[in-house]
Each structure stands twice: as structure tokens, then as C-alpha cells.
Design a protein around this ligand. Structure first.
Ligand SMILES: [Zn+2]
Length: 308
């Protein structure tokens, strides 16, 4: 047996597996692209190929999965929006079966990121925080009074689907005017193109480059996204008295563009003194946050609110 925990990250673009030590150190990783076609078993085969490459999985005593949502942590199933082949896929049962019945925990990927940043990254020392992932979508996970709050099915903290524009655009979740419809990388690029942004190969990176070069529409896309994030953040802080907000993901890599826009919005929406007091900081762990957070929750389930 080893002290390492097996952590798995299920995402729409990649499937990753890692062995993570007791202090959150990632010892080894293996990765496969997420199959973009095929059935449930095609995706499962890609994940098991990553496990085979990783090796030594027969020696671990505990495993954890952090998955793109929605997840049902109580049922042990996942239905990631970006992996259509998996609907109510019984990933916990399948993984436990492959690993001779060891305990397997499941949480949402943004919950895992929040746990990772809280324990090892930019959230250290906070009492209550939201860890946000702003990339192709907008996700979030909560830590309240030192416990990770995942909710009954593992989906709590989903700030991307809080409403900041009452008459806004329809969202893929079924609502309208969600933070994600304005502030995700995808939404920013789409909005900029609608406003006449001209770009040969439109992408989040191209939009950031053009904003830095002074392109008016690209700058406006960041201001609009920052404003929506600020409204969502102010609401979340007011609701839970968070003392820190950790923002990661592809869009947050352009912190120099995003943060001034968020700060400007907070000037409008963060009214009460306790709301203004929350610190907004960039994530520190990058892509490994989800894996180390997943591993920590698998190793110490008591970190999750509601488990004791
Ligand atoms: Zn939504």
C-alpha cells in the first residue's frame, strides 16, 4: 500500500489521473483527450487507458473523482454537459470495480478547485471563500467556515448560473441572464464578434491580445465580463459573508485585463462594508488545483460539510 491517493479529473477536453501525496504533491499524471464521439464505453476506455499509463493504481487505498457537472455525488453518477455520451454514468461504481472495491469519492470539478486552492493555494488562511473557474464556462465551489460546502448532490457554489441580467440572453442551463452568458470566454468572444470584432481566428487568447493592443470592442468585452462577474461575486459575498474570492481558469489568466474590470463593477455592486471587505485574488495552483482538491477530499472526507 502507498500513502498516495488516486485523483481523477473528468473534463470536456481531457481526462486526467494523478497520484497525489499526503501534502498535496502531485507525483505523477497521465492524460487522455476526452473522446468527442462514441458511446459511454468509448469515454470510459479513454479514462482506463490513462489509469493504465499512470500505473500503481492497485496500491492506492482511496480514490477521488472531480468531474465537470452536473454530478450526483449521492448517486455516484455524472452527466457532464460537455460529454454527451455520459448521462447518469455510474463512474463511482465503475472505478471502484476496477480498483477492487476501495472507497471512491465524487465531487464537482469546481468544488475540487475550491478545496485545492483553500488548502494549498490562494485560499490559504481564508475562513469562507468561493473558488471560481472562468473559462469556456463559469464554475464555482464554496468553502464555508473551513468546510467545503458541496450541497446534497455536489453542485453547490455554481456562481456561473446565478442571474445578473434579468432580461438577459437564454443560458444553456435553461435560465437567462446567468453570469456565464456574459463572462465565460465563449460568451465574451461571441459578444465581441456580434459587436463587429474582426479576427481571423477568434479565441479568448486573440481577444486578450486585441484588448491589450487597444481594440475598443475587445476592451468592452472584458469590461462587460468583469461587470457581470462583479455582480455575481457581490451577491455571493453578501449571501455567505465570504472573506475571499479566488478566480482561476483561462479567462483569469488575463488578470491584467479582467481584474480592473471586476474592480470597477465591485465599485457599483459591492455596497455593504462586509461585502467590500472580501479580497479578490488570482488562483495560485493552475491546472493542478482540481486534482489536489479531489485528492484531499478523498483522503479527508470530513473536510466536506455534512459528513460528520
Ligand atoms: Zn445558466
Amino acid at each position: 500500500m502507498t500513502d498516495d491517493v488516486l485523483a481523477i479529473d473528468v473534463g470536456g477536453t481531457k481526462l486526467a489521473a494523478a497520484l497525489v501525496g499526503p501534502g498535496g504533491e502531485v507525483r505523477r499524471t497521465a492524460m487522455r483527450p476526452t473522446p468527442q464521439g462514441g458511446d459511454a464505453d468509448t469515454v470510459w476506455a479513454a479514462l482506463t487507458a490513462a489509469l493504465t499509463e499512470l500505473g500503481a493504481t492497485e496500491d492506492v487505498a482511496t480514490a477521488g473523482i472531480g468531474s465537470a457537472g452536473p454530478v450526483d455525488a449521492a448517486a455516484g453518477t455524472v452527466s457532464p454537459v460537455n460529454i454527451p455520451a455520459w448521462r447518469d454514468f455510474p463512474i463511482v461504481e465503475r472505478l471502484a470495480g476496477r480498483l477492487s472495491g476501495i472507497p471512491v469519492t465524487l465531487c464537482g470539478d469546481a468544488v475540487a478547485v475550491a478545496a485545492g486552492e483553500y488548502l494549498y493555494g490562494a485560499g490559504r488562511g481564508a475562513r469562507s471563500l468561493i473558488g471560481m473557474v472562468v473559462s469556456t464556462g463559469v464554475g464555482g465551489g464554496l468553502v464555508l467556515d473551513g468546510r467545503v460546502y458541496a450541497g446534497a448532490t455536489g453542485n453547490a457554489g455554481h456562481i456561473g448560473h446565478t442571474v445578473v441580467d434579468l432580461n438577459g440572453e437564454p443560458c444553456r442551463c435553461g435560465s437567462r441572464g446567468c453570469v456565464e452568458t456574459i463572462a465565460s470566454g465563449t460568451a465574451m468572444v461571441r459578444w465581441a464578434l456580434d459587436q463587429g470584432w474582426v479576427c481571423d481566428a477568434p479565441s479568448g487568447a486573440a481577444l486578450a491580445a486585441d484588448a491589450r493592443a487597444g481594440a475598443t470592442v475587445a476592451i468592452a468585452a472584458y469590461e462587460r465580463a468583469g461587470n457581470a462577474l462583479a455582480a455575481g461575486i457581490s451577491s455571493a459575498v453578501a449571501l455567505c459573508e465570504l472573506d475571499r474570492v479566488v478566480i482561476g481558469g483561462g479567462v483569469a489568466r488575463s488578470w491584467d485585463l479582467l481584474m480592473p474590470a471586476v474592480a470597477k463593477g465591485l465599485g457599483v455592486y459591492a455596497g455593504l462594508e462586509f461585502v467590500r471587505r472580501a479580497e479578490i485574488v488570482p488562483a495560485a495552483l493552475g491546472d493542478s488545483a482540481g486534482l489536489v482538491g479531489t485528492a484531499a477530499l478523498a483522503r479527508s472526507p470530513e473536510l466536506l460539510a455534512g459528513t460528520v
